[in-house]
Design a protein around this ligand. Structure first.
Ligand SMILES: Cc1cc2nc3c(=O)[nH]c(=O)nc-3n(C[C@H](O)[C@H](O)[C@H](O)COP(=O)(O)OP(=O)(O)OC[C@H]3O[C@@H](n4cnc5c(N)ncnc54)[C@H](O)[C@@H]3O)c2cc1C
Ligand code: SF4
Length: 329
């Protein structure tokens, strides 16, 4: 590993000021993603500012019944939190489907949101990759594409976002709270991540030095049912091929609210707006669910090697909605 400076931050504004002033500095939380990348040579920060001791480790109930999750709350603590399990079971399930117990004990809320793609070429510094080294090309195009995107990709990058937690939080309309030297700003998670376009090296709308301080969840919808389903190559310790986070409310035999996000299919957690539009106000039948899945997938462009994801997504989405509707009866 290349030598670097390390310091443990003791106050939020100090951490923000230090990283903002040094283009070579990075925030360090659990280190389960960043340190791996340093070992692989994917990134070589000159200075790490450890934020894990900052006072951002609480989960607080908001006056409206929502939840404020501090940036340094560990994934295992968040999954086990009583208010998360009772009010946002989908989020708890998404967290528990990610990584291993040991990793979840270290991984943090902000670190999980900001982990980078698992595209094998991104992690292999001997190969061209526009995300790691802009302008060098994309090795996944014409290469190994089993895990690549089927929605929203560009000719410059076909990588997918790896986080399970972020998919559930996208369906739950989470808002990311960010501190910079200019103060706080709030970014809906649906607008936080970028599609690759012609600059896939930028994953999010954050600028250098901005610190995620919290994620806020609005109050859960009364009488809604939710689920997180993840399909992966083996039963544990694997990233999603496809995942579905869905939250459905059925009143008087009609769907009054559908909130859906897909994982493993795009450069960001994919809010399934077309499916939601079709479902809202509809009678929850097998045909409705299949039509909603088809509507969402009408704009897919799979690659040789990941066409199976189209059928898989359609089936997992329909099956998830069907089981939620059955639960609601
Ligand atoms: C073998 C393995 C399997 C895994 N499987 C899964 C899986 O199935 N599903 C899944 O979702 N994840 C999985 N993960 C990823 C794991 O969840 C992430 O590594 C972890 O969530 C990252 O959190 P961290 O706190 O360790 O982040 P770090 O590694 O410390 O940081 C990650 C990034 O976030 C930035 N950062 C951290 N905190 C802040 C902040 N407050 N503000 C601004 N920037 C910040 C850092 O600068 C860095 O760029 C797996 C990881 C491994 C190693
Ligand atoms: S898909 Fe994106 S991350 Fe993977 S090689 Fe291409 S540019 Fe790099």
């Amino acid at each position: 590993m290349i030598p670097f400076d390390y310091e443990r931050a003791t106050d939020v504004d100090g951490a923000v000021a230090t990283v903002t002033a040094d283009p070579d500095a990075r925030f360090l939380a659990g280190g389960t993603n960043l340190v791996d990348h340093m070992k692989l040579g994917v990134t070589q920060p000159g200075r790490l500012v450890d934020v894990s001791a900052l006072p951002l480790g609480d989960v607080d109930e908001l006056p409206d019944g929502g939840l404020r999750i501090g940036a340094t709350v560990r994934n295992s603590d968040l999954a086990a939190h009583e208010l998360v399990r009772s009010r946002y079971p989908m989020l708890s399930r998404a967290l528990l489907s990610g990584a291993s117990g040991q990793l979840r004990n270290f991984a943090t809320t902000a670190g999980n949101l900001l982990q980078r793609t698992r595209c094998v070429y991104f992690q292999d510094v001997t190969t061209p990759c526009n995300k790691r080294a802009p302008g060098t090309g994309c090795s996944a195009l014409g290469g190994y594409a089993r895990y690549s995107a089927i929605l929203g990709a560009s000719e410059h990058c076909v990588a997918v976002h790896p986080s399970d937690m972020a998919v559930a939080m996208t369906a739950l309309d989470a808002v990311v709270v960010v501190r910079s030297v200019d103060g706080d700003r709030r970014i809906p998670l649906a607008e936080f991540y970028r599609l690759p376009g012609d600059s896939p090296d930028r994953d999010t709308e954050l600028t250098h030095g901005e610190l995620v301080t919290a994620v806020e969840l609005p109050p859960p919808l009364a009488a809604s049912r939710s689920a997180y389903r993840k399909v992966r190559d083996r039963a544990s310790f694997a990233f999603a091929l496809v995942s579905v986070a869905a939250d459905l409310t059925i009143e008087n035999d009609r769907i009054s609210s559908a909130r859906i996000a897909l994982g493993g299919v795009a450069h960001r957690p994919w809010r399934a707006e077309r499916a939601e539009e079709m479902l809202n106000g509809s009678v929850p039948t097998e045909q409705t669910f299949a039509a909603a899945a088809d509507a969402e997938l009408s704009a897919v462009s799979p690659l040789p090697g990941n066409e199976f994801k189209v059928t898989l997504t359609r089936r997992v989405l329909s099956a998830t909605l069907r089981s939620l509707a059955e639960e609601a009866r």
